[in-house]
Design a protein around this ligand. Structure first.
Ligand SMILES: NC(=O)c1ccc[n+]([C@@H]2O[C@H](COP(=O)([O-])OP(=O)(O)OC[C@H]3O[C@@H](n4cnc5c(N)ncnc54)[C@H](OP(=O)(O)O)[C@@H]3O)[C@@H](O)[C@H]2O)c1
Length: 325
């Protein structure tokens, strides 16, 4: 199979084409011919020194390192015990290195059936491929960790910090679809875009004399605050929460975030989004029905993943980057 991989753990190594033996699925696995892959910051963070790379080194398959979680494609082989999927099924899912699986920057991935969901005909591969990590993380933040639907409709207020990025754009829509009043924080160039996603109010974090959290306080208290940026003070976020509210640190891969999660009353939480078929199914259904959309910022051929990583590292991407196989 064709992959784009980093041959060693040296962070200065470029991603290069690497041919690996095409795997046969085990009895409880499926093999997928990949058509599109969403790029997430975790893909390049795993190449750099830090907790994510350490986890991949300790729990993942041996080198070469094939990055990537998101994939959409067509099932081309199923293991003997798999009954829920068959060759030819169009699916979307996420790889899991802790199960020894290689990443999705490849023309072929192996996954278990519970890691994928079947795609409705109305959802194309590129849209689906961009969805898993960002969509599931947004849904987990708003609905699972944030428990938005546990409060009456008039208390459903959600603040999304970084509302124009991959996770943020989906968090705004998921919260709106759950009946929330959504306040989005983004830069001036994205204000209209975030409003169009369903935010009731949009705060330009770069406007003169504006402190985004002070400005957001006027529309609180919030049931859920989703921080997709990482630079906003956790204490300031907690002060904007209503009783039982949650501050979800999506960009929580820093020691600072770890300590914030220990501050009573433990309303700040670090989230690790885990794509599963069960979590993806309602999201692809919402896309098929036109209730959710995934804005794609830019497409690259798989061979140009290095350029896609450079763009993602800029921190200025509006929507999702997709690699096309
Ligand atoms: N915990 C998990 O499971 C999980 C899952 C996915 C992502 N993440 C993490 O979450 C973070 C976001 O991921 P992503 O894929 O959404 O990233 P992304 O798409 O690269 O986010 C970039 C967006 O952030 C906006 N932005 C930058 N600074 C901002 C600020 N100060 N205030 C408001 N918006 C700002 C940018 O807009 P402007 O250029 O207009 O400012 C841009 O649209 C990353 O750190 C990623 O590693 C974690």
């Amino acid at each position: 199979m064709r992959t784009l991989a980093q041959p060693t753990w040296n962070p200065t190594d470029a991603l290069v084409p690497v041919e690996l033996p095409t795997p046969e699925p085990r009895p409880d696995e499926v093999r997928v011919a990949v058509k599109a892959i969403g790029v997430n910051p975790v893909d390049w963070k795993m190449r750099q020194k830090g907790p994510l790379r350490l986890a991949a080194r300790l729990l993942g398959p041996p080198l070469p390192f094939v990055p990537g979680v998101d994939f959409a494609g067509v099932v081309d082989a199923v293991g003997a015990r798999v009954t829920s999927l068959k060759p030819g099924d169009r699916v979307v899912g996420g790889t899991d290195f802790s199960r020894g699986q290689r990443g999705s920057y490849a023309d072929t991935v192996i996954a278990r059936p519970d890691q994928v969901t079947v795609l409705p005909d109305a959802v194309d591969f590129e849209t689906a491929g961009a969805l898993p990590v960002a969509g599931v993380t947004a849904a987990m933040a708003v609905l699972e960790f944030g428990r938005l639907e546990a409060v009456p409709a008039d208390a459903r207020r959600v603040l999304v910090l970084g509302a124009s990025g991959g996770v943020g754009q989906l968090a705004v829509q998921i919260a709106r679809n759950a009946g929330a009043q959504v306040v989005g924080v983004c830069s001036a160039r994205n204000v209209e875009r975030v409003r169009a996603l369903g935010a009731t109010r949009v705060i330009d974090y770069g406007a003169a004399g504006i402190d985004p959290l002070t400005a957001a306080a006027e529309s609180g208290p919030y049931r859920v605050i989703v921080d997709c940026v990482g630079g906003y003070p956790a204490g300031g976020c907690r002060r904007l929460l209503g009783p039982g509210g949650r501050h979800v640190m999506v960009a929580g891969d820093s020691a600072g975030a770890f300590f914030q999660a220990l501050v009573p009353p433990f309303s700040s939480r670090i989230l690790l989004g885990k794509p599963t078929g069960a979590r993806l199914a309602p999201l692809v259904q919402a896309i098929a029905e036109g209730r959710l959309r995934v804005e794609i910022a830019q497409r690259f051929p798989l061979a140009e993943a290095e350029a896609a990583h450079a763009l993602s590292q800029s921190g200025r991407v509006v929507g999702k980057i997709v690699l096309v196989v």
